[in-house]
Every structure is written in structure tokens, then in C-alpha cells.
Design a protein around this ligand. Structure first.
Ligand code: PEP
Ligand code: MN
Length: 264
């Protein structure tokens, strides 16, 4: 079902009137790695919007490497995101880690993110495939393009056509960056499938100073969108501060992006 051979026209995933895919305008999603409180996310949503972002990201359920690290605000975080959505008008993207929270996500969330670590959680993929919600499917840390497409197939085959792929860097031998951004997936995914593809330069590089260059390269390579971590005080962020942009740098990145592509 993901194959371009059987479905030649591009899939366009529509989220509250925003169209993702099909060589339409570039979608830029911004927001913190983790929701850290209602005021924080409401304030940041407005900054993302003022900078030119058209959607808000923020994790409420966090897949952390260590069980002792902050695990996310859970339901309180989802409700804080819903408030930020109401006040800013920006649709929200947030990660679902377990199918037992699906009802909460269907009620409050605009795009359900499946994280890199859950790319092959097949029961979770089947569960979101039974909804009609847009799904942002991240590529696993060490998964091939073929495996990633098969994971998309799990969602599509259950009846949900609204799949957006997201490249977020893969593990290689190079320790200088957190992951290695595989930009070649953009033309490969566009050739092999009809699905939209967006790039996450924050997790791909792990370093805010590299995020702009990676983003501009992704735009030039034909990405349908970007999802970028933004925080007012990256040095105090509860997770992923080192790779988070301040709102002014996020704004500058969008301005530069406009020289390459049409941005929503
Ligand atoms: C995130 O988006 O904050 C995240 C945990 O991403 P990934 O699954 O790509 O590591
Ligand atoms: Mn993060």
C-alpha cells in the first residue's frame, strides 16, 4: 500500500487545513522535547507561531534511555498541550508509547508520533492503524529503509492512510554527532512510496549549532517538512537541551528556509 507502483499520486496528509506532502508548502513543526508545564508550553507555542512555525511538538510520554531520567508529564502534559493548541491555534504532535493511552490521544492530539524506539512495535502500529489520525512514523535508530516502509505498511494495512515518515538520524560509527542524518532517504522514499517525508534535524545531529545546516540541506533535498526542538532556555531543558534552538534561532532558520522553498 505504501508503494508508488500501485498508487502513483502523492499522498497529502491534511491536519486542520495544513497539507503535508505532494510538493506543497514546507511544514515546520517546532516545540520542546518535553512538555515541562502548562505555562511553559502555552508560552512556547506562541513563540513557535510568531517565528513562523505552523505546528507544535512536545513530548508528554518520553522514551528515555534511563529509567531514572524524567519520564514526561503524562496526561497532565497532554492536557497542557491541548491548552496550548487552544490558545495558539497550532495543531499538536506528540508521542504515543503505549496503545493503552490511545483514547486520550485520539481525543486531544492532531498528529500521533511513533518514536524511533517503537518503529517495530507492531501491536502499537496496528492500534494506530485502526484510527484515522495522522501518524508521524519515525525511522528506527538502526533500521533499514525497507523495514521502515514495512512498519508504515502495518499502519496502512489496518486502514489508516494518513502516514507521514520522519527521518531522525541513524546509528553509525561516527560519535561526533548524536546520530547520522541520512538525507538520501528523501529521494529514495519519494521514488519508492507516495508518502510525505519530514526531517528531524534535532535528534539527527544532537547539537543545536548543526540544526540549521541540516535543515536547509533537508529542504534543498525535497523534504515535505521539518520537526525541530525549540526551548526558551535550552540550558535548563528537562531533556535534549543541547540540541534545542532558542526561538530567535528557529525564526532565523525559517527565514533562510524561505529562500529555498515555499514555507507555510
Ligand atoms: C522525540 O521526538 O523527542 C524523540 C524521543 O524522538 P526519537 O524517537 O526520534 O528519538
Ligand atoms: Mn527529544
Amino acid at each position: 500500500k505504501a508503494s508508488r507502483m500501485f498508487h502513483p499520486e502523492d499522498t497529502i496528509v491534511e491536519v486542520n487545513g495544513i497539507r503535508i506532502g505532494g510538493n506543497e508548502k514546507l511544514v515546520v513543526i517546532g516545540g520542546p522535547c518535553s512538555v515541562e508545564g502548562k505555562e511553559m508550553i502555552v508560552h512556547l507555542a506562541q513563540e513557535v507561531k510568531d517565528a513562523g512555525g505552523c505546528m507544535l511538538r512536545g513530548g508528554a510520554y518520553k522514551p528515555r534511555t534511563s529509567p531514572y531520567a524524567f519520564q514526561g508529564m503524562g496526561t497532565e502534559g497532554i492536557l497542557a498541550l491541548a491548552q496550548a493548541r487552544k490558545q495558539s491555534g497550532l495543531p499538536i504532535v506528540t508521542e504515543l508509547m503505549s496503545a493503552d493511552k490511545l483514547d486520550e490521544f485520539v481525543e486531544h492530539v492532531d498528529i500521533i508520533q511513533i518514536g524511533a524506539r517503537n518503529m517495530q512495535n507492531f501491536d502499537l502500529l496496528k492500534a494506530v492503524g485502526k484510527t484515522q489520525k495522522p501518524i508521524l512514523l519515525k525511522r528506527g535508530l538502526a533500521n533499514t529503509i525497507e523495514e521502515w516502509i514495512m512498519s508504515a505498511e502495518y499502519i496502512l494495512s489496518e486502514g489508516n492512510p494518513n502516514v507521514i515518515l520522519c527521518e531522525r538520524g541513524i546509528r553509525t560509527f561516527e560519535p561526533y554527532t548524536r546520530n547520522t542524518l541520512d538525507l538520501s532517504v528523501i529521494p529514495i522514499i519519494k521514488k519508492k512510496t507516495h508518502l510525505p517525508i519530514i526531517i528531524d534535524p534535532s535528534h539527527a545531529t544532537g547539537d543545536w549549532e548543526l540544526v540549521e545546516a541540516a535543515s536547509l540541506a533537508a529542504i534543498a533535498a525535497g523534504a515535505d517538512g521539518l520537526i525541530i526542538e525549540v526551548h526558551d532556555h535550552p540550558e535548563c531543558a528537562w531533556s535534549d537541551g543541547a540540541q534545542s534552538l532558542k526561538p530567535e534561532n528557529f525564526k532565523q532558520l525559517i527565514q533562510k528556509g524561505k529562500a529555498i522553498a515555499n514555507v507555510i
